[in-house]
Design a protein. Structure first.
Length: 160
């Protein structure tokens, strides 16, 4: 999970949402999922705040390079993945946080990967995948958020 501090101003995000992820796994195949979340601050009605899912998507590791040709991973080797969510348009309000959840599953939204590398829908085994996400200078995992600059308020008017 990656999360901003509370925003000091409204932030508009409009367009494609793309996560560029560097990761490894102990398994020959696994999934990586991304979820963009609007985290509302606590309020009288919701003392614990609210976490609103904005967008999500998945990449099956064996199809990281091509949907036509599967390529299993070598356990422990670091690979680059791209996870593209549906485009969106949202204003994250001042005081909210922008959160990105990275996981290996988002069931029941997406089917479960058995992590074995066996043919899909014909697997006989299941395995636990130990996955790692990298975010250093050589492996700069990040999300591309199309932030729209705020327009200046009309003369004589302030923003709420």
């Amino acid at each position: 999970m990656f999360q901003t501090p509370p925003l000091d101003r409204d932030v508009e995000v409009t367009g494609r949402l793309i996560v560029k992820l560097w990761a490894s796994s102990s398994a020959p195949d696994t999934d990586f999922t991304a979820k963009l979340v609007d985290v509302y601050p606590p309020s009288a009605d919701f003392p614990a705040g609210v976490e609103l899912n904005i967008a999500d998507s998945i990449v099956r590791a064996r199809y990281r390079d091509s949907l036509e040709k599967a390529s299993l991973m070598k356990p422990g080797e670091i690979y680059r993945f791209m996870i593209e969510m549906y485009p969106t348009s949202i204003v994250f309000r001042r005081g909210h946080r922008i959160r990105l959840d990275i996981s290996s599953s988002n069931f029941p939204r997406f089917d479960v990967n058995p992590n074995t590398g066996e043919p899909l829908n014909n697997n006989r085994r299941w395995a636990i995948a130990e996955n790692a996400v990298y975010h250093d200078a050589q492996h700069p995992s990040h999300i591309l958020l199309p932030i729209i600059p705020a327009s200046p308020p009309a003369a004589g008017k302030e923003r709420p």
